[in-house]
Design a protein around this ligand. Structure first.
Ligand code: GLN
Ligand code: ZN
Length: 756
């Protein structure tokens, strides 16, 4: 039995690459130094895997920013505006990743998108009509030879041609079909170069195969790989899939001359069934993705060994593999000094997973693995009850009835009543919640965390900030105010810390994009609210103004999606538990005089299953009711808002309406307001604030610009239903630009009101 790792994290155990990159961006270090940091990290990562005894170790899984961007550069997909800057290769690369503003020109960064169903973002390559796709770079071979010089044989990983073509943006007249031939030649050249370098295995990552595939898609895949595989000689090709099963193309795949096929047995619900039904050819290797690359729990050896045993019985040659790249988990539990050994004994981050692969390899080769100590130890861990059960939570959930998922009276009646009770003007203005997180705000939080200031001092400072923020909003003339979220760094971290059932790590960073990392909390046990979380802040903020103060919460779906979930209960059950905890907070806010409560569901759209056929039953059927459970208990006059980042929910508009919020705000400015047509078409009932300007850029929108945006919106949205707001929270912005932008926003609302 051999073992394989699809990819390893690259940011560094202590985020070395992040800090070096940021220094390079600030021109504090030279190019050689950042390149050296990369080299040092690669060496550590390869050696760690080698020492763990991994057989198939990847190279070219390293990236200075993003692997999709690396692939684009490898094949010469560099838009003209970046080439024309005439920068070094490294700086052109960073210009595409981050934008460039300086002596050589002024260009924005390429777009960024979520990498399938993960919280990792990739850079979207742009193909222009004049783009010449061909093998132009050497990165996979440089890394291969670098590893080889260290005495380590690796398999270069390259994003496959099909996934690349599917994820690129075509900015001119030409489309995918116009580039297929060039892409084929480029990958053939890549393969030829592998042969020249005597590379034993190359891994093509094709996660796009786990999405719904049409007949045309399958034909495209065939066209590409029939041609690419035709130049194969000595080198072996591993076709690697992950994040789901390949049900649409499995029967074809196994007939094609790949040497290995990597299948995901964790997220691929039908993988087992496919292998069972169609078999797997004995002349190929099945890279069985049985070690969860996305979660931090230890592997259940008994289950894994059973699957491996079944494959063996069928005479299938298998390699034990991670289910996806380990990029999506933190490096190691070693730096966690605050979590007790008991907790840590349940976790395996990337490095610990390597150890598990090695143990499983030994067990799989053992004549009677049941007798081995490593097996016994693992079995015991899973057999022993974890201290994670709350009788009360279960009891409460069991008492939830259909009624608890339905808010009365129906929305149209509530909307009429709220118009009267809240007394807001037409086109009410508001913001999404957070205000600029200036240095002093961050310093206050961090001093408190480190025990350098007392709780009173910490709170006093925040209250002073809230008071300033309220005064500021009143001066600007906004209608519905917020307290500014100064007590929050990351919203999920904030709520997780306040809820029972969550665990926190110190150094368990996961790359989110480029140099940005997140530290998702771990859902350890049944979730409940110990005590009110936000009430004190909201009540204080409301006491400072006669205007309406909006309470600010995060919804259950988002809290779950941005945490490491449990594996011993269903996602549905976890979400319902969180929903009840948030419901308590909603009702407490209401009881304390808060009339508008926003429950953010920033991450609702992003965890939509990759296949459309799974959307309802695998997700929406419980995610949407969970949201309703948080707010169904409030009075008719209490207005519930929600906020979603991105506006790519055109395809699930009825589900969004079904959340039964009174108002939703979202990011529409970046999608050129395309979603508005869809809202109209679906007779969207919820009142809407489709963000009138883009907060991701420091640019200040003019009054005229916002008025124009509102006029467009009014052609699609009833005037009684339109709200005026920025498209997301303001925490990443500076004070001066925020003030100017909001003043213009209020002025624009007044212009529209005066037009009658
Ligand atoms: N209320 C949050 C804020 O304003 C929402 C953030 C988000 O949507 N990501 O920061
Ligand atoms: Zn947002």
């Amino acid at each position: 039995m051999q073992t394989s790792v699809i990819g390893f994290p690259r940011i560094g155990t202590l985020r070395e690459l992040k800090f070096a990159s940021e220094k390079y961006f600030k021109k504090e270090i030279k190019a050689e130094e950042i390149l050296q940091t990369g080299k040092d990290l690669r060496k550590i990562h390869w050696n760690t895997q080698k020492e763990a005894g991994i057989d198939f170790i990847s190279c070219n899984d390293f990236s200075y920013y993003d692997m999709m961007l690396d692939t684009a550069v490898l094949f010469g997909i560099v838009p003209k505006r970046y080439r024309e800057l005439n920068l070094s290769d490294l700086d052109t690369y960073y210009a595409m990743a981050r934008g460039y503003q300086g002596a050589s020109g002024d260009v924005k960064a390429l777009a960024m998108k979520k990498w399938f169903n993960t919280n990792y973002h990739y850079i979207v390559p742009e193909i222009e009509d004049e783009t010449q796709i061909r093998l132009s770079g050497n990165k996979p071979f440089e890394e291969y030879n670098e590893a080889k010089a260290l005495g380590i044989e690796t398999k270069p990983v390259v994003i496959g041609a099909y996934t690349l073509l599917k994820l690129c943006r075509y900015t001119g007249e030409k489309t995918i079909n116009d580039y297929t031939d060039a892409v084929i030649t480029a990958y053939q050249d890549l393969l030829k170069k592998c042969e020249e370098n005597k590379i034993a295995w190359i891994q093509f990552d094709e996660p796009a195969l786990v999405q719904d595939m049409s007949v045309e898609d399958i034909a495209l895949f065939h066209k590409i790989y029939d041609a690419v595989l035709s130049v194969k000689k000595e080198s072996h090709i591993l076709l690697q899939t992950y994040f789901g099963d390949v049900r649409d193309i499995y029967a074809d795949l196994i007939k094609m001359p790949f040497d290995g096929i990597g299948l995901d047995f964790i997220e691929g619900k039908e993988t087992d069934f496919l292998v069972e039904t169609y078999g797997f050819p004995t002349d190929k290797w099945l890279f069985a993705g049985l070690m969860n690359g996305k979660n931090i729990w230890k592997n259940h050896y008994e289950k894994t060994l059973q699957v491996l045993g079944k494959l063996q019985e069928k005479g299938i040659k298998s390699v034990l593999s991670t289910s996806c790249s380990l990029l999506h988990v933190p490096y190691t539990t070693k730096h966690e000094t605050k979590l007790s050994a008991k907790y840590l004994s349940y976790f395996a981050f990337a490095e610990e997973k390597l150890g598990e692969l090695a143990e499983l390899k030994e067990l799989a080769e053992s004549a009677n693995y049941q007798l081995e100590t490593t097996y016994q130890k693992n079995k015991k861990l899973f057999a022993e009850g974890r201290d994670c059960f709350s009788e009360q939570v279960h009891k409460r959930l069991s008492l939830v009835t259909k009624k608890d998922y339905t808010r009365e009276p129906k929305r149209s009646e509530r909307q009429k009543l709220q118009k009267k009770e809240l007394g807001l003007p037409e086109f009410p203005t508001t913001t999404i919640g957070s205000f600029p997180q200036t240095k002093d705000v961050k310093a206050n939080r961090s001093a408190y965390r480190q025990g350098k200031i007392s709780e009173e001092e910490y709170k006093a400072f925040n209250k002073k900030k809230i008071a300033e923020c309220v005064r500021w909003q009143e001066e600007i003339g906004l209608d519905v105010l917020v307290h500014g979220e100064y007590e929050r760094n990351d919203m999920v971290e904030y709520f997780g810390e306040a809820l029972g059932g969550f665990l926190f790590t110190e150094k368990a960073w996961v790359q989110s994009y480029g140099t940005r990392c997140v530290k998702p909390p771990i859902i350890w046990g049944d979730v409940y609210r110990e005590k009110p979380i936000t009430v004190e802040w909201s009540v204080y903020a409301q006491s400072l103004t006669k205007k309406i103060m909006k309470g600010m919460l995060t919804g259950p779906v988002t809290i779950l999606n941005w945490s490491f979930p449990r594996e011993d209960i269903s996602i549905k059950e976890s979400i319902s538990q969180i929903a009840l905890a948030i419901r308590d907070e909603v009702l407490d806010l209401e009881k304390n005089g808060i009339k508008i409560i926003q429950i953010d569901e920033a991450a609702l759209r992003e965890k939509l299953p990759l296949r459309k056929s799974d959307w309802q039953k695998e997700y929406l059927d419980f995610a949407i009711p969970a949201f309703r459970l948080t707010h169904s208990g409030v009075k008719a006059g209490t207005q519930i808002h929600t906020h979603m980042c991105y506006s790519e929910f055109t395809d699930i508009i009825p589900a969004i309406d079904d959340m039964d919020a009174d108002v939703i705000t979202f990011e529409a400015s970046r999608s050129d307001f395309q979603i508005l047509d869809a809202l109209k078409e679906h007779h969207f009932e919820t009142e809407v604030g489709p963000g009138v300007y883009d907060i991701h850029s420091p640019r200040v929108p003019s009054v005229a610009e916002i008025v124009a945006a509102l006029r467009v919106m009014l052609t699609k949205i009833d005037k009684e239903k339109l709200w005026v707001n920025p498209d997301c929270g303001l925490k990443t912005r500076d004070i001066p630009e925020t003030e100017e932008s909001l003043k213009n926003l209020v002025a624009a609302a007044r212009v529209i009101r005066s037009e009658g």
